[in-house]
Design a protein around this ligand. Structure first.
Ligand SMILES: [Zn+2]
Length: 96
């Protein structure tokens, strides 16, 4: 695989992941707060509400906004983490 093709493929992968994450967050912000399923996950990090921007709090595996009650579902959190790991890898790899 040529260097140029690898770069193009990686850029497309990053943009696709970014698009998926952005659409998921927009849909969350446009929806009313929903019940959060129980979770044993520990996400860590610092999260902000996609609707109001308030700092969200993690309790019992749920990342919830104290202002509006929205929570970030596990799949969205996972995509965010995956995307940030991808971005870090791209940066560390000199733009691949
Ligand atoms: Zn909120």
């Amino acid at each position: 695989m040529s260097e140029e093709l690898r770069t193009s493929v990686c850029r497309v992968g990053g943009m696709e992941l970014s698009r998926v994450v952005n659409e998921a967050v927009r849909a969350l912000a446009d929806s009313p707060p929903a019940a959060a399923p129980a979770s044993s996950a520990r996400w860590g990090g610092e999260w902000h509400c996609p609707a109001g921007g308030a700092r969200m709090q993690e309790t019992n595996g749920q990342v919830r906004c104290p202002a509006c009650g929205r929570h970030l579902p596990g799949p969205i959190l996972y995509q965010f983490i995956e995307f940030s790991v991808y971005q870090a890898a791209v940066t560390a790899d000199g733009g691949l």
